[in-house]
Design a protein around this ligand. Structure first.
Ligand code: SAM
Length: 290
């Protein structure tokens, strides 16, 4: 692919191609990756979708100039957003993933034999197609567990309209920009609650405790307005700005401190039974968040 066909977050510096992410909240922070190859770049009706190969993190998915997941560290995020809510719910049978187009989360969910249905509502089918082709380390390639159902469409509309009640809803969203903005609003979370069974559990990625503190506080405020139990946990994801990433879980019934870590599947790369229990032990600067 010729460099002049690529958007301006790809830069030619001394004959090397670099991808430069400008951090959304703090425009004075840039994170750069040397690009070996751009596998594909396209504009879908929703966003710019690029699949690149980097020296430092291998193949990666970039949406609208923002790093989403990499073959080197994507497993950390996907294990954390998946296993913690599944282990917190006592008897989950059906799960809804909103977003999650790279398929890393549904792949983790499929490790649980007790799950009967895994629905994924992703806005942009192109993201999933490209990740199946160019990011098999995360997507798992073209063959999927029979329990996984792809329902391409807007997650905001889906939770407004569906009659299905889920045990777990996972919001695997990008940053709150463009089509994902409403995935951070109160109306959306009220509808997520409507979509859950009375003892349901929900989780969302709630951004960086170093950089997006206002987003975490706003998310926690909305969830506290709608659920009895709200808890934030963290993991270390090197390619996300600030390095530490947060997830926030909510339920009216289940408290993660009672979760059964022994149900953790054997094949995880980041999570251990000890991390499952300790990921809610937050450093002071994070537990200080409202
Ligand atoms: N793990 C990644 C992270 O935290 O940066 C993000 C996972 S995944 C790539 C996010 C997906 O959410 C994208 O594929 C995007 O197309 C999708 N998405 C954005 N807005 C959406 C919406 N309103 N409904 C459903 N999916 C949406």
């Amino acid at each position: 692919m010729k460099t002049n066909e690529l958007p301006k977050y790809f830069k030619n510096i001394d004959d090397e191609l670099w991808f430069e992410e400008v951090e959304v909240e703090k425009k004075d922070l840039k994170i750069s990756y040397k690009v070996n190859k751009c596998f594909s770049y396209s504009k879908s009706p929703y966003q710019e979708v690029a699949l690149i190969d980097t020296n430092a993190f291998g193949p990666c998915l970039v949406l609208d100039g923002v790093m989403q997941t990499t073959s080197a560290d994507g497993f950390i995020y996907n294990e954390m957003i998946t296993h913690i809510p599944v282990l917190t719910h006592k008897n989950p049978k059906n799960v809804l993933v909103i977003g999650g187009g790279d398929c890393g989360a549904v792949r983790e969910l499929a490790k649980y034999e007790e799950l009967e249905t895994i629905d994924m509502v992703e806005l942009d089918e192109l993201v999933t197609e490209e990740c199946i082709k160019f990011l098999p380390e995360i997507s798992g390639g073209p063959s999927f567990d029979k329990r996984i159902n792809f329902k391409f469409g807007d997650g905001v509309e889906y939770v407004k309209e569906t009659d299905i009640k889920y045990d777990i809803v996972m919001v695997d969203s990008p940053d709150p920009e463009g089509p994902a903005k409403d995935l951070f609003g109160e109306e959306f979370y009220k509808n997520v609650k409507r979509t859950l069974k009375t003892d349901g559990v929900m989780v969302c990625q709630s951004e960086s405790p170093m950089i997006h503190r206002n987003i975490i506080e706003n998310t926690r405020k909305i969830l506290k307005n709608n659920f009895k139990i709200v808890k934030t946990y963290i993991a270390f994801v090197p390619t996300y700005p600030g390095g530490i990433w947060s997830f926030t879980m909510a339920s009216d019934v289940y408290d993660p401190s009672n979760m059964d870590a022994n149900r953790l599947p054997l094949e995880t790369r980041y999570l251990t039974k000890k991390i499952v229990k300790s990921c809610f032990d937050l450093p002071n600067f994070i537990s200080d968040l409202k």
